[in-house]
Design a protein around this ligand. Structure first.
Ligand code: ATP
Ligand code: MG
Length: 351
């Protein structure tokens, strides 16, 4: 197949990990005889330096027309002045809004070879295989805000339509997995959570083959640490999802390992590692490229519908995490490029 992929390397370690992931996509194209065209565009601090804007119109247009978008990371100390007229993160928010991506997927597994790095010393860690689906466009982050000298408000608002579309996405995803959905809310206290729970329960009736469980967010925060192996798909609203997915990420042992996908109605999607620009290690060639390469697997699966190719990339990563080389954050001493090359070699065996 032919596909147009826009890459947004961004800031900090973004360009290093994106380059490794593009090499993997190029190898997939060669092995499976696809034609992937890459179009590199500016976002974040790099875009501010070059054009004054965090998401130039050319980059935005290219992303909207693409089959998929692969992002590195945005931000860094150079652009973190709170009084600056424009900030790198605005580019990412504008991009998400323009692409209409409302479901943020974060799969979490704990690789057996890396279980020692996890803060949980629990033999059940090897069973951890959770897909978080976080609502990305509503809730307190986007509601009306007010402030006076001695008070402030953040309105938390959800519509039935917003809850319904992300719920349907979660149930569809559960059908391709272990057919279990856990919906997380605070329905004992919050009106938006009662609407959330009502809507999820109604939508669930259309998926009788999938089991639905409700959890309150406070107890879910505890359950993720006490029995993380019991969850399949976890769907929740924006703020709860932000917090729970960072908590869950800690279980994997390093931020550098985890991918994400942000999806909307069409097949276009935004794929990025969950880590930030990691300014402390930027430019040193030591960033872990695994989270970005696994984001490429998600891109192949969800935007290009190339499941066999996605699984080959995931198998190659499994192989490298098992046998090395590994970057420093996961206990090794290899650089980004050595890990990339090991993944390319393993991929040649699986593809
Ligand atoms: P942001 O505000 O952009 O989300 P952050 O403050 O969450 O960023 P990161 O930039 O993700 O922070 O970095 C947090 C820590 O994790 C840093 O010490 C960084 O070096 C480390 N880290 C992040 N990504 C990687 C990676 N790919 N490989 C190795 N270490 C990483
Ligand atoms: Mg962060």
């Amino acid at each position: 197949m032919k596909a147009n992929i826009v890459t947004l390397p961004g800031d900090g370690v973004g360009p290093e990990v994106t380059a490794a992931a593009v090499a993997v996509l190029e190898a997939v194209a060669a092995h499976y005889e696809h034609e992937f065209a890459f179009d590199e565009q500016l976002i974040g601090g790099a875009a501010i330096d070059a054009t004054g804007e965090p998401l130039p119109a050319d980059a935005l247009d290219a992303c909207k027309a693409a089959d998929a978008v692969l992002l590195g990371a945005v931000g860094g100390p150079k652009w973190s002045d709170p009084n600056a007229p424009v900030r790198p993160e605005q580019g990412l928010l504008a991009l998400r809004a323009a692409l209409g991506v409302y479901a943020n997927l974060r799969p979490l597994t704990v690789h057996p070879a890396l279980a020692d790095l996890s803060p949980l010393k629990n033999e059940k860690l090897k069973d951890v295989d959770v897909l978080f689906v976080r609502e990305l466009t509503g809730g307190a982050y986007f509601g009306a805000k007010t402030k006076t000298a001695d008070a402030a408000t953040d309105e938390c608002k959800y519509t039935v339509a917003e809850v319904e579309r992300v719920t349907r996405r979660a149930f569809e995803l559960a059908r391709a997995r272990r057919r279990h959905v856990t919906s997380v809310d605070k329905a004992n206290v919050l009106e938006t959570s009662r609407l959330w729970r009502r809507t999820v329960t109604r939508v669930a009736a259309d998926y009788p083959d999938v089991t639905l469980e409700h959890q309150l967010v406070d107890s879910m925060a505890m359950l993720l640490l006490t029995r993380p192996g019991s969850y399949d798909v976890v769907v929740t609203e924006n703020l709860f999802g932000d917090i729970l997915t960072d908590e869950a990420a800690a279980l994997a042992g390093s931020l550098g390992l985890l991918p994400s996908a942000s999806l909307g109605e069409g097949s276009n999607g935004l794929y990025e590692p969950i880590h930030g620009s990691a300014p402390d290690i930027a430019g040193k060639g030591v960033a872990n490229p695994v989270g970005t390469i696994l984001s490429v697997a998600l891109l192949l699966r969800h935007s290009l519908r190339l499941e066999a190719e996605a699984q080959a990339v995931e198998a190659a990563i499994d192989h490298v995490l098992q046998h090395g080389p590994r970057t420093r954050d996961v206990g090794g001493d290899a650089g980004t490029v050595e890990v990339r090359d090991a993944v390319l070699k393993a991929l040649a065996d699986y593809a």
